[in-house]
Design a binder for this molecule. Structure first.
Ligand code: NAP
Length: 257
């Protein structure tokens, strides 16, 4: 059956993805490009140019800081031009920065909250007037928003804030036909995860014990979920946080005890 509503009739296919030089962002843009969307990939890292080039013709890179609304505005305008309108923005850029809470530098707390939460809010309200009718946003949360992770107070707080944003903005913009959702990844193989392991804050073995599916996630697992949420197939999905974690967050007792 065909989906009803604005999502079924729009032609826009431009999408902005932040933090797209590597990791989940790169996985997301690869899936979106494969599905026919026109992508503008944004990142602090100049490597984002190579990421965009690897997608083929019709995609662009923009080097910049996602906490700067001018960067997001430029990216959204480029995506709208490339894709006959701006269909979606994916706020993926984020920083982790674990550390013990008593000695954790408040400058670091401010940086994590600035990128992971304030940056997403700034991006969302900057993009909102540029979105095509029936457009949407996807924010990257984490299982750390709903589960306690030791020595991640700033990170967990920032991601819990993102989930609050999703619920609030979906109520505010739903009447205008705009959907706002989040994906909450579990442990996915990226540079961020590698640094956690190097810092002694995570081990693959301890993570695998929590994952019923028995494997660490791939960035394309997240890309596939994002592609669903921006597509017309999700035309009636808004205000949700979709866990993509191999079953971690639903965990109780494993099959073997
Ligand atoms: P990653 O490998 O560290 O990649 C993140 C990218 O975002 C990097 O290229 C980084 O550049 C960029 N970035 C950071 N701050 C930025 C800023 N202010 N402006 C523009 N670009 C910026 O991280 P990831 O693992 O792919 O994570 C992506 C998102 O998923 C994050 O929001 C993260 O919290 C979330 N997440 C990841 C996992 C996981 O297991 N990997 C699990 C749950 C949630 P720099 O290196 O220059 O900072």
């Amino acid at each position: 059956m065909t989906a009803q509503g604005p999502a079924a009739v729009r032609g826009a296919r431009g999408v902005v993805v932040t933090g797209a030089a590597r990791g989940l962002g790169r996985g997301i843009v690869e899936v979106l490009a494969e599905a026919g969307y026109a992508v503008v990939a944004v990142d602090l890292l100049p490597d984002v140019a190579e990421t965009a080039a690897s997608l083929g013709e019709g995609h662009e890179a923009l080097v910049g800081d996602v906490t700067d609304p001018d960067v997001i505005r430029s990216a959204a305008e480029r995506a709208a031009a490339l894709g006959d309108g701006l269909l979606a923005a994916v706020f993926n850029a984020g920083v982790a920065s674990p550390g013990d809470s008593v000695s954790y530098p408040l400058t670091e707390w401010d940086r994590v909250l600035d990128v992971n939460l304030r940056g997403v809010f700034v991006g969302a309200r900057t993009v909102r007037p540029l979105l095509a009718p029936g457009g949407s946003m996807v924010m990257l949360s984490s299982i750390a928003a709903s589960q306690g992770f030791a020595a991640r107070a700033a990170y967990c707080s920032s991601k819990a804030g993102v989930e609050g944003l999703v619920r609030s903005l979906s109520m505010e913009w739903g009447p205008e036909g705009i959907r706002v959702n989040a994906v909450a990844p579990g442990t996915i193989e990226t540079e961020m995860q590698r640094r956690m392991i190097e810092a002694g804050r995570l081990s693959s073995e301890s993570a695998l014990q929590r994952i019923p599916m028995g494997r660490i996630g791939h960035p394309h697992d997240i890309g596939n979920a994002v592609e669903f949420l921006v597509s017309p197939r999700a035309a009636y999905v808004s205000g949700v946080v979709l866990p993509v974690d191999g079953g971690w967050a639903g965990g109780g007792l494993p099959a073997t005890v």
